[in-house]
Write a protein that binds this ligand. Structure first.
Ligand SMILES: [Zn+2]
Length: 357
């Protein structure tokens, strides 16, 4: 099983920015191997190693083969300058070059790879070392993954296909301390859970991700607040702690605020005291001044938050958001909206998706 920590960009690169033109040509199947061998000698795809040289396109009766000849230096309508060796191949085999688009960079997730292959096939190798994806150190990566495992346990996803809850874990990465944890509707304190960082691989997190990232599963998860922010208030559970706005991230923020009030009671009596804009990077008990909201904190979520929760996290000045499952219904960090790229906001957090396969 491989864990991945993938940065969710604040804007989706357009097709023009993420692709590059190449010269390609249809080839006779019986000549494909010969031409490919010669091309790999005279025009290796140095910066496009992830691009598969040959594309097989199923057509009626037989499959059509196309081959990448070389990168294109012209625009859409001009073939550009073709290297002499490639031109010789074109002449020898009576090829008809055309311009095709391929993705510039190797995919960093299975979903991205599937998207890339719609344009031209690429190869995909899941990162064995999560550092490669985001630049986190090995130690930081392991910490992030253990926090996510705890969050998933908190979401009560004990059995594959469970009707889980969204879960939130607020941590201070500077001193690796748990600040607050919550699930939808009811705040919980599961310190003991948090310290179970051993990570039992037998729980098969990989399969969990298979189940909860499939479209069918996401549609059916009506009990997850952020997934169904509109229909959720219509439910009338008997539990008196229930409230339509108490999505897990909001409940965790409330717990964090309650913790602050407990740790810094004097400030409640004297509201004129100004709060520092940056949280002190020391152990909490040694901090003399009350921190400003969740400045410097990270939050881990089982599901990508809805717009209400994502906006609440902007107001809280959260530093980074890590989530496991995308939220195709109402996700505000890439699936439907992309709040982290909204320039008019006065705070921007970084967003990462943590997944296992
Ligand atoms: Zn929400």
């Amino acid at each position: 099983m491989v864990w991945e920590i993938v940065h969710v960009p604040d804007k989706v690169p357009g097709l023009e920015e993420s692709t590059v033109n190449v010269l390609a040509s249809n080839v006779e199947p019986k000549l494909a191997n010969t031409i490919m061998r010669q091309l790999s000698l005279v025009a290796p795809l140095e910066n496009l190693r992830h691009v598969k040289r040959i594309r097989r396109k199923p057509t009626t009766g037989k499959s059509e083969l196309s081959i990448v000849l070389c990168p294109s230096f012209g625009n859409e309508n001009e073939l550009g300058s073709i290297p002499d060796d490639v031109q010789k191949l074109i002449n020898d085999y009576h090829l008809s070059p055309f311009t095709a688009k391929v993705y510039k960079y190797a995919a960093t997730s299975k979903e991205e790879w599937e998207e890339q292959c719609k344009l031209w096939p690429t190869s995909y190798h899941p990162m064995v070392n999560v550092n490669c994806v985001t630049g986190f150190s090995e130690e930081d990566s392991q910490w992030i993954i253990s926090c996510m495992k705890t969050t998933l346990k908190l979401a009560k996803l004990n059995h594959f296909g469970d009707q889980g809850l969204n879960a939130a874990l607020i941590v201070d990465p500077a001193c690796r301390q748990l600040i607050a944890s919550a699930v939808d509707q009811t705040p919980v304190t599961l310190e003991s859970f948090f310290h179970e960082n051993g990570g039992d691989e037998a729980e098969n997190f990989g399969r969990l991700f298979q189940v909860y990232t499939s479209d069918e599963s996401a549609e059916a998860l009506s009990s997850v607040s952020c997934l169904q922010p509109w229909s959720w208030p219509q439910q009338c559970p008997q539990d008196l702690s229930w409230h339509p706005l108490k999505h897990a991230p909001v409940v965790a923020i409330e717990s964090s605020a309650a913790r602050d009030r407990q740790l810094f009671p004097l400030h409640d009596l004297n509201p004129s005291i100004s709060f520092p804009s940056k949280r002190q990077r020391t152990e909490i008990p040694q901090v003399l001044t009350r921190p400003y909201l969740c400045t410097g904190f990270d939050i881990y979520l089982a599901w990508e938050p809805c717009a209400m929760c994502a906006m609440a996290l902007v107001h809280q000045r959260v530093r980074r958001i890590f989530f496991a499952f995308p939220n195709p219904n109402a996700g505000a960090l890439g699936s439907v909206h992309r709040l982290q790229g909204e320039r008019s906001l006065n705070h921007h957090y970084s967003v990462f998706r943590v997944s296992a396969s």
